[in-house]
Design a protein around this ligand. Structure first.
Ligand SMILES: C[C@H]1O[C@@H](n2cnc3c(N)ncnc32)[C@H](O)[C@@H]1O
Ligand SMILES: Cc1ncc(COP(=O)(O)O)c(N)n1
Ligand code: SF4
Ligand SMILES: [Zn+2]
Length: 517
């Protein structure tokens, strides 16, 4: 025995794969193992060295596949019956067999975003038959932020459990910001290449061309971006469908492409060159996130003709990408009232042949700027339950300004709640076990365990300690909500210990039967 304090939670590594899992050590001597997506930054003992970057976990796996002459892409391997190391890693994390992972990827129902040039990333999977994932958007804008702040947002987002991050920078130093993020990100990184392409032509959409776009795409693939949002479903003929809308086109990428199509009165160069784009992505195993450039930006515009016309086109593009062994997910709305959410999932699955759905919220009302993590968290929980594979967070700053580090944490925690609520409703056994462990700790007044098992232990602990900071309160059978006399859980224990036992004895004496554990 040593006097060294036991870490209350730590990372464990399974076999030679070194799969991170979060193990919570409880005060009753047991431990709970939780799926943990959030890489090294959740490990309290991990000290990042940003200049060196993260260890290159996948470097050897990628090299070995190359030596053996196996396909470059995960889906190429899956279709040929090959189980990759990435698939084995994911199987441990998700508690399923590697063969199941392979089948879901082969069928296109799930994707593993893993650029061969981003070996730092810990493999994860996006698909409705796996745990629901969340994405955190970061990146600078022309108005504010620096490289350091954006790297800090990335480590902070993954610290709290973002499964992927998107660098949506549109301001200065786009290439260098992305480089710092990629070399230090333990999760896949997504981008929207049209933003950087627009920056290269000084912000004038009409000056864009396929050539500028293609070179930007290759530059980002070379750097290690794992998935790219491409708004190739915004076709020239769909732009007039947005004329009668309350809020027009709210997607940045969508508005840029619509402006280009109208300026040249030509079909979108993204649509026309889609096959060549597939060839580029296949060389690096970069996945498509087909952008919803015509998503509704208000409750009034939800599920309109413009939105669904684009979705049909995304379905056609999915088929083309798959023919090139490129993985695809589909981006979804936006602003959608609760009664119109289900139709979005059903239509997406039908039109896009079960490609994973990846939605921004949706926000279920427009009336609460400042609280749009909540308006969208409600829609996210619902759409996750209906089968959406990844939920893109919305922060309290939505519609108001660029999120800062605090907003990133609020967005991530809000979306962890939505994703977990969806996992529970879908009947995921690991999800249920987490709730059960926390409920047991709560009912047994193991306060420290309750904090350690929570999504945000820091906040839980500090709220409790605001009113009852003294050490004995950590085992007390009450908190300041009800106080000792009115604590219903304490009274419950007494009923069980005395009253219940007596009542049960009486009941049996009278010939009754009782079934209790
Ligand atoms: C498509 C969504 O992306 C988000 N978004 C766009 N740019 C950024 C950024 N730099 N940082 C964080 N979120 C961003 C907004 O929430 C928008 O609604
Ligand atoms: C889920 C989702 N939807 C959309 C975008 C792109 O943003 P935009 O379409 O505004 O360019 C995104 N990054 N993620
Ligand atoms: S969030 Fe701000 S900058 Fe972006 S579309 Fe809305 S008003 Fe314009
Ligand atoms: Zn909006």
């Amino acid at each position: 025995m040593t006097d060294a304090p036991q870490p209350r939670f730590s990372k464990i590594y399974t076999g030679d794969l070194r799969v991170p899992m979060r193990q919570v050590h409880l005060s009753n001597g047991s431990a709970v193992t939780l799926y943990d997506t959030s890489g090294p930054y959740t490990d309290p003992s991990y000290e990042p060295d940003l200049r060196r970057g993260l260890p290159r976990l996948r470097e050897r796996w990628v090299a070995e596949r190359r030596e053996k002459g196996e396909p470059v892409t995960q889906v190429g391997c899956a279709r040929r019956g090959i189980v990759t190391k990435e698939m084995e890693f994911i199987a441990v994390r998700e508690g399923v067999t590697p063969e199941f992972v392979r089948q879901e990827v082969a069928a296109g129902r799930a994707i593993i975003p893993a650029n061969v040039n981003h070996p730092e990333s810990e493999p994860m999977i996006i698909g409705r038959n796996f745990l629901v994932k969340i994405n955190a958007n970061i990146g600078n804008s022309a108005v504010t932020s620096s490289i350091e702040e954006e790297v800090e947002k990335m480590t902070w987002a993954t610290r709290w459990g973002a499964d992927t991050i998107m660098d949506l920078s549109t301001g200065d130093d786009i290439h260098e910001t992305r480089e710092w993020i990629l070399r230090n990100s333990p999760v896949p990184v997504g981008t929207v290449p049209i933003y950087q392409a627009l920056e290269k032509v000084k912000g004038r959409p009409e000056a864009l061309s396929w050539e500028v776009y293609r070179d930007t795409l290759i530059e980002q693939c070379e750097q290690g971006v794992d998935y790219v949002t491409v708004h190739a479903g915004v076709r020239l003929s769909y732009v007039p469908l947005t004329a009668g809308r309350k809020t027009g086109i709210v997607s940045r990428g969508g508005s840029i492409m619509a402006a280009w199509c109208l300026a040249h009165h030509r079909e979108s160069f993204l649509y026309e060159n889609f096959a060549e784009m597939c060839e580029i992505l296949a060389r690096y195993d970069v996945s498509f996130s087909l952008g919803d450039g015509l998503r509704p930006g208000s409750i009034a515009d939800a599920n309109d003709e413009a939105q669904f016309a684009e979705l049909r086109t995304l379905g056609e593009l999915t088929t083309i990408a798959r023919e090139h062994d490129v993985q695809v997910m589909i981006e979804g709305p936006g602003h959608v009232p609760m009664h119109k959410i289900k139709e979005n999932v059903e239509l997406q699955q039908e039109l896009c042949d079960d490609a994973p759905f990846y939605t921004l919220g949706p926000l279920v009302t427009d009336i609460a700027p400042g609280y749009d993590h909540i308006t969208s968290g409600i829609g996210a929980a619902m759409i996750g339950w209906f089968g959406t594979a990844m939920l893109c967070y919305v922060t309290p700053k939505e519609h108001l300004g660029l999120p800062d580090k605090d907003d990133v944490k609020t967005g991530v925690i809000t979306y962890k709640i939505a994703a977990h609520a969806a996992d529970l409703a879908k009947g995921h056994p690991q999800a249920q076990a987490w709730d059960d462990a926390l409920s047991d700790a709560r009912f047994e007044f193991r306060w420290e365990d309750q904090f350690d098992l929570s999504l945000d232990p820091d906040t839980a602990r500090s709220f409790h300690d605001e009113t009852l900071p003294a050490a004995p309160a950590k085992t007390a059978h009450f908190c300041s909500m009800c106080g000792p006399k009115f604590c219903s859980m304490r009274i419950s224990h007494e009923i069980r210990e005395q009253g219940y036992a007596e009542k049960a004895a009486e009941f049996r004496r009278l010939g009754g039967q009782i079934y209790v554990d």
